[in-house]
Design a protein around this ligand. Structure first.
Ligand code: XUL
Length: 517
């Protein structure tokens, strides 16, 4: 009997999936929601703000407590001694700063003490900046200037210098924490931090997550000397190595074997970023499929047939854990924007859905760019959505039309900002919380004029980890794993051709609104 375990360290929770590789079934899934289970970290959605709202942090000790809680729960849900391989992923770009005690501590984890208590003395920075942080505009400019322009950074690393990417974040830390930066011996990504904890040793970063740092050279898959030097002094000594996504990094640490009943010799495959892992978990790691994930942030991604980069600089190219590269466009105003507009009118989710069916496509000519908080596609630093339409609409007196215009605005903005990938999707696979809502998905189908199908697995990130672990350390074929575990719902949501023109016209309005930003 062989089980494979996948872990997802995401913004709002730490979750896991266990799959049975003999019976081809999901054994169990489990999630520890940070806000609900660890309220004393004061991070109801998994993060907290710094001095200004564009500084967004998370507490790495909260992640560690969640790992202990997760394994404690998993132990009650399945026989962990059957697990033969583990991999997983973390929210991209977030970074963990560790001092010189780290290496010794991670090699000697004591099963009688919680992880957080043991790692706390190793933190050279108590909090981790995460992907929602947009405080590094100046550092991005400085790095771009040092390199001779953003187009050079984009050519080298697959993205222009971007606020949430780890390199600019490291530079800001170096500039603002003159003592703590030199005391930092190791900087990990969320993915490589969790991987290190599980394997009881300092672990490398994979090319999928490494590409989200503005530090890795996409052609050589190694740290780029010029980018490293433009970011912070002595940075090369503080970064782990980069490896390909098929690398086995070690075995599960005794901490987990003794505490949670795992067998010895469980292989650990290098962790990746949540989006690259989701590419595998949605069976989209070979070119030809487009996936849209409607979660905290909305993301649009696909394996790339050939590597192109976004001339506007909002999109990204990451390593594909199955080889080659993947494109990704991230929209910060995802679930939280949908929730914001719902709450603004005191609606329930059912009333929200009814509003979509009671209003016509195109929202009677009313358009919204629903940027309720900072946006990154395109860059927008405000907190006010842009509205264009009649005066009732512009003054928030048309709840139902606002709800429709919010969803339409999200998808029209998404279509406009993914055209650089040069892929015209015929079938879009959707995943994430909002993908369950057919009214939302119909609007997506109509705007993209493509068929939409739901992926049945909700936790595609953790599943991607479990699949990669089985593929790379137990020699299972990717195709067979995809066929058994990445099931696609039978319902096909077809685009309504009659709405094509309505949305083409509305997109022109959205384009003109984008020009005013
Ligand atoms: C991708 C991005 C987010 C995070 C969190 O660039 O910033 O999707 O990975 O999920």
């Amino acid at each position: 009997m062989a089980y494979s375990l996948g872990i997802d360290g995401s913004t709002q929770s730490m979750s896991a999936i266990v799959i049975d590789l003999d019976d081809n079934r999901v054994v169990c899934e489990c999630a520890i929601n940070f806000g609900e289970r660890l309220p004393h970290y004061n991070s109801p959605n998994g993060f907290f703000y710094g001095e200004s709202s564009n500084e967004v942090y998370s507490d790495p000790l909260m992640w560690l407590d969640a790992i202990d809680l997760l394994f404690d729960e998993l132990k009650g849900l399945c026989d962990l001694s059957k697990v033969k391989a583990i991999s997983g992923a973390g929210q991209q770009h977030g970074s963990v700063y560790l001092n010189s005690k780290w290496h010794n501590t991670i090699n000697n984890l004591d099963p009688n003490q919680p992880l957080s208590k043991q790692i706390q003395p190793c933190l050279s920075r108590s909090h981790s900046p995460i992907w929602m942080d947009t405080s590094t505009t100046l550092e991005c400019q400085e790095i771009a200037q040092a390199l001779g322009g953003n187009n050079i950074i984009c050519q080298k690393s697959g993205s222009v210098a971007i606020e949430r990417f780890t390199g600019p974040q490291i530079r800001r830390f170096y500039k603002t924490s003159l003592e703590a930066y030199p005391n930092t011996a190791r900087i990990h990504l969320v993915s490589s931090f969790i991987c290190s904890i599980l394997s009881g040793q300092d672990c490398p970063i994979d090319t999928g997550d490494g590409a989200g740092m503005n530090l890795m050279n996409l052609e050589t898959n190694t740290w780029d000397t010029e980018l490293i030097h433009a970011t912070a002094p002595n940075l090369e000594d503080k970064l782990p190595n980069i490896v390909q996504g098929d690398t086995i990094v070690g075995k599960l640490s005794d901490y987990f074997i003794e505490k949670y009943g795992f067998a010895k010799e469980v292989s650990i495959v290098v962790f990746s970023g949540d989006n690259p892992s989701s590419l595998v978990g949605t069976a989209a790691s070979s070119p030809g499929k487009t996936v849209i994930s409607l979660g905290t942030s909305d993301t649009f991604f696909a394996a790339m047939p050939s590597t192109v980069s976004d001339p506007n600089g909002y999109g990204h190219v990451f390593g594909n854990p199955s080889g080659g590269s993947m494109s990704l466009q991230c929209f910060l105003n995802g679930s939280l924007a949908r929730e914001y507009v719902k709450d603004k009118f005191g609606y329930t989710w059912d009333q929200f859905t009814d509003a979509l069916s009671e209003t016509p496509p195109g929202a009677n000519g009313n358009c919204m760019l629903p940027f309720f908080s900072h946006e990154i596609s395109p860059l927008y630093q405000g907190n006010d959505p842009l509205l264009k339409g009649n005066s009732n609409f512009e003054n928030w007196r048309s709840p139902k039309l606002s709800i429709r215009a919010c969803i339409e605005g999200q998808f029209m903005n998404m279509k406009i900002h993914t055209e650089w990938m040069q892929m015209i999707p015929e079938i879009i696979y959707v995943t994430g919380g909002a993908s369950k809502n057919t009214a939302i998905i119909q609007i997506l189908a109509d705007i993209f004029q493509a068929e939409v199908q739901r992926l049945e697995v909700s936790g595609s990130v953790a599943l991607g980890g479990a699949i990669r672990a089985a593929q790379h350390s137990l020699d299972f074929s990717l195709e067979a794993l995809e066929e058994h575990f990445c099931t696609i719902g039978s319902e096909v949501i077809k685009p309504n051709k009659a709405n094509k023109e309505i949305y083409e016209k509305a997109s022109e309005t959205i384009q003109s609104m984008l020009l005013t930003l």
